[in-house]
Write a protein that binds this ligand. Sequence first.
Ligand code: KG4
Ligand code: ZN
Length: 353
Amino acid sequence: MIVLGIESSCDETGVALVKTAEGSPGTAPTWPVLLAQALHSQIEMHQAYGGVVPELASRDHIRRVIPLTESVLNQAGVQAAEIDVVAFTRGPGLAGALLVGAGVAAGLAAAWRKPLLGVHHLEGHLLSPFLSQDPPSFPFVALLVSGGHTQLMQVNAVGDYALLGETIDDAAGEAFDKSAKLLGLPYPGGPGLSRLAEQGDPRAFALPRPLLNSGNLDFSFAGLKTAVLTQVQRLGADLPARVADVAASTQAAIVEVLVKKSMRALAQTGLKRLVVAGGVGANSALRTQLHAQCQTLGVQVHYPELHLCTDNGAMIAMAAAMRIQAVPGLRMGRDGAFDVRPRWPMQELSSHH
Ligand code: KG4
Ligand code: ZN
């Protein structure tokens, strides 16, 4: 079975094709494989505004989505008639941006007379490590760290997710982006702040580690950006000379909280596998520290391939294909109707819903 996936929830238009593998009974499950993918990032377009402009995002998705679809079909040498299911990101995300992917997916599905499947964006991130050379096996703890979400989940199987903890205010990616903006770095600040941090001293400034010892698995990052602002104001004209130290100290605060809470989630669940997904999962300080801690605990860590950490179509096609494989007789849309869920709690995905 071949699945086309379309991602358009924020500032990346992604399209991909995956093919489900034919597993033989009694053997370990064989995960779908990626046939082709194409991506257009709008980052440069939004940079002039210091953040994503929703209306510009929607219009750019309209411009890109069909050429990207043609490109993946050509790359894979697949004819439209060979596609079995058209999948798209149904939410969460920007309403207008989601509507573009949903509308195009519904149009293609109707024209090709194929079923239509809406995918949860975070389920895409969560299952993206199954596209890597070293896929995890169930169950595992997932640390989901994107621009809009920070969650720890227990993942027992496809569609069986239990929320262990989440942020009560800003997401980890947001903390990176907002702090970076205060340091004068372009949008999105995460990668830039992380590069700058390599030249700085992570112990130069004592920044808060919110909820580090709260005893639960929740996060809070809003106070951190206020502390960074205070530090920036205090430095005044000295900021340029110390900017790498502020960046390193900020990154250290975010990473320490993410690592500690992940270790606590592993201890609490007794699980020995950790999956890190979402854009912040590309952060090398986070990877290094998780790796070190997990090694001493005998925990295996899995990441999506670096280029699949941030938004892409492959993870949407993959999540759709894995869901189809896991749920025989899964209900899919057949009438060309579609809807989007700009706010869509992930808990609604678990089987009892
Ligand atoms: O998952 P993603 O592409 O989009 C959402 O679904 O939100 O995540 C984007 C976030 C942004 O906040 C970006 O700054 C952050 O991931 N990010 C990073 C790095 N690469 C991307 N943060 C820290 N270090 C990085 N290397
Ligand atoms: Zn994302």
